[in-house]
Design a binder for this molecule. Structure first.
Ligand code: ADP
Ligand code: ADP
Length: 220
């Protein structure tokens, strides 16, 4: 059951309404673009799905269960939330080895994903010295480590150079072609319209439009 099901999420931060009835489903075998202006609630939704934050109301299921009930979360859900979440003093490779070890994932996966994201040559350098684009790649490597059927990537294009932007498009397409459910956010529709199969457009904590990209562009 490689789906993400978000239903009626509500969340306030003090007076700020971050989520106001956020609902959508992410299907396997597709790239679902999660698009909306900054502050629309994309990161908060992803954090709630990943159990890093709690909603005031509503439910979020990954693979049919709340994230916290997953026994081997990295094998079921991969996520890129914040490219700065790497430990700066560790090498890229040691960061991934530590993550793999903590989740019972074999060491061989580390070199596989380093190659997949184009960091093999710099894998022994301190992640603290990485550019934003390299940290994004490392975050994506961490998300891929457990070979999960579900991926959530928050603004993965940020900080990538043009070559990196093309690379990530191809990566997202191939992950979906392998049958994975891929949710990818951006504040720019233009970043996702050529890559996504489905677009979930959000504003002020709720879904404004949820449509198949081909149909959406045909109607425009
Ligand atoms: P997006 O990812 O679409 O840019 P966010 O989910 O980050 O949107 O933010 C939604 C709203 O919630 C914004 O108004 C933001 O300022 C607010 N918000 C998010 N996280 C916090 C927090 N930890 N404390 C206070 N307000 C927050
Ligand atoms: P802590 O709560 O001690 O910070 P976590 O286990 O939540 O530890 O996260 C440790 C590291 O694993 C962080 O760098 C985080 O970004 C990363 N991480 C956690 N969950 C995932 C996931 N599903 N996919 C990829 N990386 C993850």
């Amino acid at each position: 059951n490689a789906t993400i099901e978000v239903s009626g999420l509500r969340k306030r931060f003090g007076p700020t309404v971050a989520l106001d009835g956020m609902s959508f489903t992410v299907q396997p075998g597709r790239v679902t673009g999660f698009v909306g202006p900054n502050g629309a609630g994309k990161s908060t939704t992803m954090r709630v799905v990943l159990g890093l934050d709690t909603a005031d109301a509503g439910t979020a299921l990954v693979g049919g269960r709340p994230y916290r009930q997953l026994r081997t979360p990295l094998r079921q859900v991969g996520a890129l939330l914040d490219a700065n979440a790497v430990q700066p003093s560790r090498s890229a490779r040691n960061h991934l080895l530590w993550l793999a070890h903590s989740q019972g994932i074999g060491r061989a996966r580390v070199d596989t994903v380093l190659g997949q994201v184009g960091l093999a040559a710099v894998a022994r350098r301190r992640a603290g010295g990485f550019s934003l684009g390299m940290r994004q790649r490392l975050g994506i490597a961490a998300a891929l480590l457990g070979d999960p059927p579900i991926l959530l990537l928050d603004e993965p294009v940020n900080g990538l150079d043009p070559e990196g932007v093309i690379w990530i498009r191809g990566l997202l397409r191939s992950l979906a072609a392998e049958g994975r459910a891929v949710l990818v956010s951006s504040h720019l529709m233009s970043e996702l319209q050529d890559t996504a199969d489905q677009l979930v457009v959000v504003g002020r904590g709720r879904v404004i439009a949820d449509a198949n990209v081909t149909e959406l562009l045909a109607a425009a």
